[in-house]
Design a protein around this ligand. Structure first.
Ligand code: GTP
Ligand code: SPV
Ligand code: MN
Length: 579
């Protein structure tokens, strides 16, 4: 009898009608052949092998350069299950709409069957997925981002227990773009996009949206989090997880270079985007990075801000929508102070020197194993025990550099309120309005956000040694619009305070919003920062926080009866403390 996998591949092939079907094994020969075919087809451009060995440039369709949240749907049986923060379509309606789009869509193309594993193969948390796609570019990306090919198929070993995802780039028409998650069956259908989180179904679709719903059911967590390892001068290892909204600094924090290395503080990388966490037998929260690569924001990445990323992406990497020099060296804004001459921009035109040379969401896809700061424990099947969880957004005002929650419930409350201020760069809405992005999961929570809050609260019952929860904000600005905090590597100083607090060391002052570092509690050794800037960074303005609490109250009304009572209680208590 045919296995579920064979039956499903056959069914999808009858619908999409590819010329051929190819099962990926993940081998070296396979990727070399695919790269060659993509170069011949103009999908890939080989970069300069002297400086970027075995690297390729891909220019996506200019209408297909980022995730599209308005075309992303949770197709649960009932609308209520998707909640107020997700787009919803009835599964029958979604299937009826999508089937004609898939009908014959792969004619003249190859259907790649891509088995992949999320998480170390021998981890209790790991899962196998299989993506069907007509995009060799997607195959090449999945080979870097996941444990792709034979190893995953061997792990599956003929069983039915895999995550099925059907993907076609179709005609890339944004009007007909859909990323649909059938949450009750755990199936994803994605059509008319070839980009990142829309098309690499392992990433946001399975490792977050589908996994978050499973995690709620089965008592674990799938989160939009980096994981880093901090070695203390006594050699002990501390683990920090951090959730920041997209393009708000996870990759940079995960790879930071310690400015206090001479004092024995070192930072290593475990993951930069997604964490799967489960309670261990010891009552601690253990985390794995389900991925094997980084799909990182290129612009802004340079020798000063993130040298570890710069070293990682020098080999075996894919660059999407960056600019390129005549001799095949990739370039993006702020890679160097002065742009090189005669650049070709991300659209393939001679760069005009005015518009961005690289698309602002240009990305590199690069193997985690090449990262100089990768932790020896990054593939530990048990994961790493988390001591500290950070949440942060981009707040030009209000939110201090760091503050600590009073307890778990208060931490979950704080996490539910994070977000970023809209700026003049955004098209609609008044400047200074907050886009709330609870736990940085707004676009990635596969079920009702109110139930997700409940899940967070209830996880505490499984933990005798829960991580301590903090909020951070690297993005506070002065009246002139300048960053008050240097950020990047210097963020280590905040990590240190948080870790010390988790051990019951280091000083803190109680304020209405939480504990803040007391004077001299932050290690500022060797850092030049004005006293006034520091005071501003650690200031809690009661009037502003009262206004903030009012806005949170408005935000909470969206969740109606599904807002946990314990969260409403936290808001009430905050209001009381603010007087
Ligand atoms: P996704 O991959 O979209 O989930 O993003 P991410 O959270 O990994 O974001 P990333 O680390 O790529 O950072 C995105 C932007 O934030 C870049 O422009 C960085 O230069 C900027 N950034 C990161 N850390 C800091 C910091 O500490 N201070 C300041 N001012 N900017 C930062
Ligand atoms: C994000 O948007 O949070 C990303 C990039 O990490 S993507 O994979 O496109 O979702
Ligand atoms: Mn992300």
């Amino acid at each position: 009898m045919a296995s579920k996998l064979e039956t499903w591949v056959d069914e999808c092939a009858r619908l999409t009608k590819p010329d051929s079907i190819y099962w990926c094994d993940g081998s070296e020969e396979e990727i070399e052949r695919l790269n060659g075919e993509m170069i011949d087809a103009g999908i890939f451009q080989r970069l300069n092998d002297d400086v970027y060995r075995n690297c390729h440039l891909h220019r996506s369709d200019p209408r297909d350069v980022a995730r599209t949240e308005h075309s992303t749907f949770i197709c649960s049986d009932k609308e209520e299950e998707a909640g107020p923060t997700n787009n919803w379509k009835h599964p029958d309606e979604a299937r009826a709409m999508l089937k004609p789009m898939y009908d014959g869509v792969m004619k003249g193309r190859t259907m790649y069957v891509v088995p992949y594993a999320l998480g170390p193969l021998d981890s209790p948390l790991s899962r196998v997925g299989v993506q069907l796609t007509d995009s060799p570019y997607v195959v090449a990306n999945l080979r870097i981002m996941t444990r792709m090919g034979k190893a995953a198929l061997d792990k599956l070993n003929g069983s039915d227990d895999f995550e099925p995802g059907l993907h076609s780039t179709g005609d890339l028409n944004p009007e007909n773009r859909y990323i649909c998650h059938f949450t009750s069956e755990g199936v994803v259908w994605s059509v008319n996009s070839g980009y990142g989180g829309n098309a690499l179904l392992s990433k946001k679709c399975f490792a977050l949206r589908i996994a978050s719903a499973r995690a709620k059911r089965d008592g674990w967590m799938a989160e939009h989090m980096l994981i880093l390892e901090l070695e203390m001068p006594d050699g002990s290892l501390k683990y920090v997880a951090g959730a920041f909204p997209s393009a708000c600094g996870k990759t940079n924090l995960a790879m930071l270079i310690s400015p206090l290395e001479n004092l024995g503080y070192k930072v290593r990388t475990v993951g930069d985007d997604i964490a799967w966490l489960r309670p261990g037998a010891d009552g601690r929260l253990w985390a794995i990075n389900p991925e094997t690569g980084f799909f990182g924001v290129a612009p802004g990445t340079n020798e000063q801000t993130n040298p570890n990323a710069m070293r990682t992406l020098e080999e075996n990497s894919i660059f999407t929508n960056v600019a390129v020099t005549p001799d095949g060296v990739p370039w993006w804004e702020d890679k160097t102070d002065v742009p090189p001459d005669n650049l070709t921009d991300w659209l393939g035109n001679s760069w005009d020197g005015e518009n961005p040379a690289a698309h602002p969401n240009a990305r590199y896809t690069t193997p985690a194993s090449q990262c100089p700061s990768i932790s020896p424990r990054w593939e530990d099947p048990d994961g790493v025990p988390i001591d500290v969880i950070l949440f942060g957004g981009r707040r030009a005002s209000l939110a201090p550099l760091v503050y600590e929650s009073f307890d778990w419930d208060h931490g979950v409350y704080m996490a539910s309120t994070i977000g970023s201020e809209t700026t003049a760069a955004q098209q609609s809405g008044a400047v200074g309005v907050i886009r709330r992005d609870p736990m940085a999961m707004l676009p990635f929570c596969g079920y009702h956000m109110g139930d997700y809050f409940t899940h967070w609260l209830e996880m505490k019952d499984q933990l005798t040694q829960p991580p301590k929860i903090f909020c951070v904000n690297w993005f506070r600005k002065d009246a002139g619009g300048n960053w008050l905090w240097p950020g990047f590597g210097e963020n280590l100083r905040v990590l240190l305070w948080a870790v010390e607090r988790s051990e019951g060391r280091s000083g803190a002052d109680e304020t209405p919003i939480g504990f803040l570092p007391s004077e001299n509690a932050l290690n500022l050794d060797g850092l030049k920062i004005e006293k006034t800037a520091l005071r501003e960074l650690l200031n809690v303005n009661r009037d502003d926080w009262q206004a903030e609490a009012e806005q949170v109250g408005e935000f909470y009304t969206r969740f109606g009866g599904r807002l946990p009572e314990r969260m409403a209680k936290q808001l009430k208590a905050l209001n009381k403390r603010l007087g």
